[in-house]
Design a protein around this ligand. Structure first.
Ligand code: C2E
Ligand code: MG
Ligand code: MG
Length: 771
């Protein structure tokens, strides 16, 4: 008797083990298909098929919630007869009976029937369905997306009691993996969208959809002989200031439309917000050109109706001839330069470009003469801005930035004179001086016993065109004795593009001797992957315009995330420019960005001050090790007394409470602390609570979001809830106990989400699916 019992026990244990092994095999096959597939629908089909073929289930079925959350849509099934289609498009049931699409979805937890006949009430629509397919036990598991139930996986078996502890745990993992894959796919979609956007922005003007300068230059180069017009709208910025950004966009689109009407056969583009460009078939004779331009000017001088106000743009048109005035880029520059005379007092409605045109304006002449003397008189100097390694916190490099101590004007920044240096060709001798001076400083600091660092020098397109950069670098290094490996050249994509083959050859040649190269202002140029692969750069500098918004603007965050991912996949390191706050640093650190440069650590400094900084050995603080499972709550409210009342209410809780008096401060806190739950006021000055939380959702999907508002602004709040932007809505004045309970729930939800993520990544490691 005992023996028989033992044998039965052993047999049952063996069956159970075999069953678990079978389920493990199923899990790992589903995981493999997660890695291979990038279409969610294929993944659903595959998962159902594997559950039946490998997992031995009678059927598997996946339904997703339709927007609005009240109806289910069947998206995949296997093993179920056609009759199963009855549940397609079914409403989410609210009966008390067993109903996977109801319970699992409403409550976000598995719903199990180990004996369909005994456990399901006759009223349940599912009972008939399950009975028809011969299922004697069934389980429904929620699929989660960004903290919310997105759908359900239902499996059935032909035996009873098929969903006990071990089996259920494995099935849960399957559901979690599918959920995880869905989240990853959504992120991948966002990343691709951001990448496409970068490329789009490089070629097109985002406001009007017209070609940008680079694309227009390409079109011009391909078109051959053309008249190039630069249409400068002299009052554009004043109007923008008066009417606001939105009106500016509307105005730009109206101008674009009018230009296209006035010049139906021209290629129209936009060089910058206040300057449009047009490429025309050249008519016979200069006089005919003048006639066309005069007509165009008349048409644009007419008022534009924006927001019920009539505005006048005061246009002025610069004219250049391609290829007479140079190659495509030069001809565009020439037209822009001619249009620029309109801002400097030129009369009339247009101006042809003439060689030496910059001499046309006194100001420019003065400046040019002064700049020519500047180099001889030693008025130019270099400031150095530290580049800091995020991991060690130490200074690893410096960027040399040009400054002009102009007598009577004080310190002049490069934006005010580098374009003129480039236009006059003075950048060639100045650039030569910059490299020599920067190398000399780097060598001197080494000789003083300071830790050696990489010295980065900016190069402009013109230097590659008119000077022998290779030779110049060799000379500077030889003269100063600085080793090649301590020099880095910063180039922009536009500089490379102007003469790609020759520039790439020079850069390659220098690289082979140990000089490194960085791609400056990344994100503002072409930013195309194929180009990047051709460039011998080892580092990408993310432009400061993207860094500025990383903590508060989901779009900037997505772009920076995409750029870092892209750079790393090409085995390039990333340095972020313009890092000004601790929050930005924390965000970039989280992405694995290797280096930063910006006011957060230091402004560009004169040489002696920079050396003092090096001597001081100043570092950025290392990342704080994340305290284990600390519950960090962020409260955002622009009224100080509400914040202190909330602190009082929460003084006995075990939460670490951080406060912020506005959305922007809130973003900073979020970037620098491991916040799990955000509690936020609805009416705030910088943006509404729901808008703030919508961005928080996009930036930090795992953070649970709650609105606390004195105004029962129901419509917007319901909308936010429906769009998944918030977890709960609470009203002021609050009840301490209810608030605490709500926060407890929120933290539990957050912790479950964290565990899910951890589990998924561990599972991926174990099954070798880590991507
Ligand atoms: P860049 O190479 O992108 O240099 C970075 C610019 O960002 C510098 O402006 C720097 O002062 C500024 N910057 C750094 N950190 C921050 C920050 O946290 N916040 C903000 N708002 N700005 C920050 P700078 O010195 O005015 O130089 C402007 C541009 O002029 C440079 O952009 C570079 O393109 C050009 N330039 C500077 N020196 C040279 C040079 O020697 N040769 C050439 N060809 N161009 C130069
Ligand atoms: Mg630079
Ligand atoms: Mg830059």
């Amino acid at each position: 008797m005992t023996d028989k019992k033992t044998i039965e026990d052993l047999a049952s244990a063996r069956d159970k083990l075999e069953r678990l092994a079978q389920l493990y095999a199923m899990l790992s096959r589903i995981n493999r298909s997660i890695v291979r597939l990038d279409d969610p629908y294929e993944l659903y089909e595959n998962a159902c098929r594997i559950a039946v073929e490998e997992g031995g289930f009678l059927f598997a079925w996946i339904g997703l919630l339709e927007p609005g959350g009240t109806r289910m849509q069947a998206v995949a099934r296997a093993g179920a007869p056609a009759d199963f289609a009855r549940v397609r498009g079914g409403a989410v049931e609210s009966t008390d009976g067993w109903s996977p699409s109801g319970t699992a979805i409403r409550e976000g937890r598995p719903c199990i029937a180990n004996d369909v006949e005994a456990e399901l009430s006759p009223a349940s629509a599912w009972k008939g369905i399950l009975r028809d397919v011969g299922a004697r036990s069934a389980a429904a598991l929620p699929l989660m997306m960004e903290n919310a139930v997105a759908g359900v996986l239902v499996v059935g078996a032909d035996k009873t009691a098929c969903f006990l502890d071990g089996e259920l745990q494995l099935l849960n993992e399957v559901a979690e993996d599918i959920s995880f894959a869905l989240r990853m796919m959504r992120r991948e979609e966002e990343r691709l969208a951001a990448e496409t956007k970068i490329q789009y922005l490089a070629y097109y003007d985002a406001e009007t959809g017209l070609p940008g300068r680079a694309l227009l230059a390409e079109r011009l180069a391909a078109a051959g002989e053309r008249v190039v017009l630069a249409v400068s709208l002299r009052r554009y910025h004043a109007i923008l200031q008066a009417l606001g950004q939105a009106a500016g966009v509307q105005l730009a689109r109206t101008v674009a439309a009018r230009l296209e009407t006035l010049l139906p056969t021209a290629v129209v583009g936009r060089f910058n917000p206040s300057e449009f460009g047009c490429l025309l078939q050249p008519p016979e004779g200069l006089h005919a050109v003048e006639e066309i331009v005069w007509q165009l000017h008349q048409g644009l001088a007419e008022p534009f109706l924006i927001d019920d106000s009539e505005v006048f743009l005061d246009p002025f048109i610069g004219i250049a001839m391609h290829p007479h005035d140079g190659n495509a880029a030069d001809a565009i520059d020439a037209a822009v330069l001619a249009a620029g005379t309109g801002a400097k007092g030129a009369t009339g409605c247009c101006r042809f470009f003439v060689a030496g045109m910059d001499g046309g304006s006194r100001h420019q002449l003065d400046m040019e003469a002064a700049l020519r003397r500047a180099l001889e008189r030693g008025e130019l100097e270099l400031h150095y801005q530290p580049q800091v390694d995020v991991a060690s916190g130490r200074i690893v490099g410096a960027e040399a930035l040009l400054r002009w101590q102009r007598p009577g004007h004080g310190l002049v920044l490069p934006s005010q004179f580098v374009p003129m240096l480039e236009a006059t060709g003075l950048i060639v001798p100045v650039g030569e001086w910059v490299i020599a001076e920067a190398c000399a400083s780097a060598k001197r600091w080494q000789a003083e016993g300071l830790p050696p660092l990489r010295m980065a020098v900016n190069l402009s397109a013109r230097q590659f065109q008119s000077g022998d950069v290779g030779e110049l670098v060799r000379r500077a290094l030889a003269d100063t004795g600085l080793e090649h490996r301590w020099l880095e050249l910063e180039v922009t994509e536009s500089a490379v593009l102007l003469n790609a083959d020759a520039v790439i050859r020079t850069l390659n040649e220098l690289k082979s001797r140990g000089v490194s190269h960085a791609l400056d202002d990344f994100g503002t140029g072409y930013s195309s992957l194929s180009y990047l692969q051709r460039l011998p750069v080892s580092r990408i500098k993310i432009d400061q315009s993207f860094v500025a918004g990383v903590t508060s603007n989901p779009q900037s965050a997505a772009i920076v995330r995409a750029v870092v991912g892209m750079a790393h996949s090409l085995k390039l390191t990333v340095i972020a420019e313009g890092v000004e706050t601790e929050g930005q640093l924390a965000f970039l650190r989280g992405l694995g960005c290797e280096e930063i440069q910006g006011y957060y650590f230091s402004r560009p400094l004169p040489g002696d001050e920079f050396a003092a900084l090096l001597r001081e050995n100043r570092c950025i603080p290392p990342a704080l090790p994340a305290p284990q499972r600390e519950r960090v709550l962020l409260v955002v409210d622009d009224e100080a007394h509400v914040l202190s009342a909330l602190r009082r209410s929460l003084r006995h809780s075990d939460f670490r409470v951080l406060t912020a008096t506005g959305a922007l401060e809130g973003f900073e806190r979020l970037a620098s602390h491991p916040v799990g739950v955000v509690l936020c006021d609805q009416r705030m000055t910088e943006m509404t609570g729901t808008e703030f939380l919508r961005r928080v959702r996009d930036l930090y999907p795992g953070v649970v979001r709650i609105v606390l508002s004195g105004y029962t602004d129901l419509a917007s709040v319901i909308d936010a809830v429906n769009r998944g932007a918030i977890f709960k809505f609470m009203t002021k004045p609050w009840d301490d106990a209810a608030l605490l309970e709500c926060l407890e729930d929120a933290f539990r939800l957050h912790e479950i989400d964290c565990q899910n993520r951890e589990l998924s990544s561990r599972l991926n490691e174990v099954t070798g699916n880590g991507r």
